[in-house]
Design a protein around this ligand. Structure first.
Ligand SMILES: [Zn+2]
Ligand SMILES: [Zn+2]
Length: 427
């Protein structure tokens, strides 16, 4: 139809008149029997063309709405697509349009839209400022990278507090294929909500500062002298407490004086990267009077993307504690893992294992993955690789025939739970 109409309508540019007579058209398009057909074709094409255009507008509108909604992480269903389509069709006085099932399928196919399970939940506000967050993260990284040439790699430090739940359990387990719900047990659901906090600090060259800071949760907010004198003695854990198990400003001050400054050692200057925790004025001025200290504050809401500890290290730090909790539960060992001394012992052993040279590349990778350096440290082993890929049958202690629990990151010996945890295998 379109070709016939165009053929008939073609105009000689010089004369402004039709190039061809009707008989020529009829000769070329033998199925166009009568002159009337051309007029009818013209009307049809015009009407159809307008309709097509309107349907395209509906499509554009619906896709626009869809993109906006997903950009804000809002859930969209079939019924919403149809609702938007019908509304737009009404606005365009496209009266026969029903947003049929067929239309819906075609629309989804065309734009690659399928139904998916939500696997991550965010707050609406967080998504609205996603662009802003991205920009501030990029600016921060750029600022740090600009400063890096002025520092040794050992002088660039990232620190943050990290809450550890008592009786944390593995989020995975072997279980029956096809079962609907996979349950994970905790000794008491109450203990699961209790927590303590550790504050690790890592350097750009892949070291972990030592000692590590541990904040216990004590309902009274203090540890009495009597209790303190019976605390498990370690050389690599500084123990403090608060009623919430979280750090307060004065506890961060204590960390600064008891942990940061002693572990800085010979460094004349250092770059401290930490986040603005608490959302308060916490931490303000805390580092002002330390000679050679430059503190850069990781912008709000960007830590999951650009804080090396969050990006890679903290999860690794929880691998050994998790295995220990799991073993205590599985074998019904008579060990109360929410007991202060067991928390201290665990924190000390965990920290000691992570200090091994074998984990340096893993820590360097945390910086690389957060964008501070372009140099990939090369292949590295995770805590699971180093400590829990065991292929021996028994504990290394000659008199012991228990199965191995962990492979020590320092001496590479396979040890049973007793000879690692209870005997306090420390290097
Ligand atoms: Zn060892
Ligand atoms: Zn053993």
């Amino acid at each position: 139809m379109a070709r016939a109409v165009d053929f008939y309508d073609e105009v000689n540019p010089k004369t402004g008149q039709r190039k061809r007579r009707w008989s020529t058209v009829k000769h070329n398009f033998y199925r166009v029997q009568h002159h009337n057909y051309i007029a009818r074709f013209r009307r049809y094409l015009e009407r159809h063309g307008r309709k097509k255009q309107k349907i395209d507008q509906v499509d554009d509108y619906v896709f626009d709405m869809f993109e906006k909604a997903r950009g804000n992480a809002l859930s969209v269903h079939d019924i919403d697509l149809r609702r938007w389509a019908l509304k737009k069709a009404m606005d365009e006085s496209l009266h026969n349009f029903t947003a049929s099932h067929h239309w819906l399928l075609t629309f989804k196919h065309k734009h690659n839209i399928v139904s998916r399970k939500v696997t991550k939940v965010v707050t609406k506000r967080a998504t609205q400022s996603k662009e802003t967050i991205k920009t501030s993260a990029d600016l921060f990284i750029a600022d740090v990278r600009k400063r890096l040439p002025n520092y040794e790699k050992s002088e660039v430090i990232n620190t943050d507090q990290s809450g550890i739940e008592l009786e944390i359990r593995s989020t995975r387990t072997l279980s029956y294929k096809g079962e609907k719900i996979t349950v994970g047990a905790v000794r008491s659901t109450n203990a699961n909500t209790h927590s303590y906090t550790v504050q690790p600090a890592i350097t750009l060259d892949g070291n972990l500062l030592s000692p590590i800071y541990l904040c216990l949760k004590e309902p009274t907010g203090r540890i009495s002298e009597n209790i303190r004198s019976h605390l498990f003695k370690t050389s690599n854990v500084i123990v403090t407490c608060s009623s919430s198990g979280k750090l307060t400003t004065s506890l961060v001050e204590y960390w600064r004086d008891q942990v940061l400054l002693p572990s800085i050692g010979q460094r004349k200057q250092f770059l401290l990267i930490s986040d603005c925790w608490g959302g308060q004025t916490y931490g303000k001025g805390l580092y002002d009077h330390i000679p050679g200290c430059t503190r850069l504050e990781i912008p709000r809401s960007t830590t999951s993307q650009i804080q090396p500890l969050d990006v890679f290290f903290n999860r690794q730090m929880k691998v050994i504690p998790r295995r220990i909790y799991d073993r205590v539960m599985l074998d019904e060992l008579d060990i109360n893992m929410s007991d202060r001394n067991n928390i201290i012992r665990l924190t000390s052993l965990n920290h000691n294992q992570l200090l091994s040279e074998r984990f340096r590349r893993m820590i360097q990778y945390a910086w690389y993955a957060s964008g501070y350096t372009d140099t990939h440290p090369g292949p590295f082993e995770t805590v699971a690789d180093v400590c829990f890929s065991l292929d021996v049958a028994t504990c290394v202690v000659p008199t012991c025939d228990a199965g191995p629990f962990i492979c020590c990151s320092w001496c590479r010996k396979a040890l049973c739970f007793t000879h690692f945890f209870l005997s306090y295998h420390f290097h």
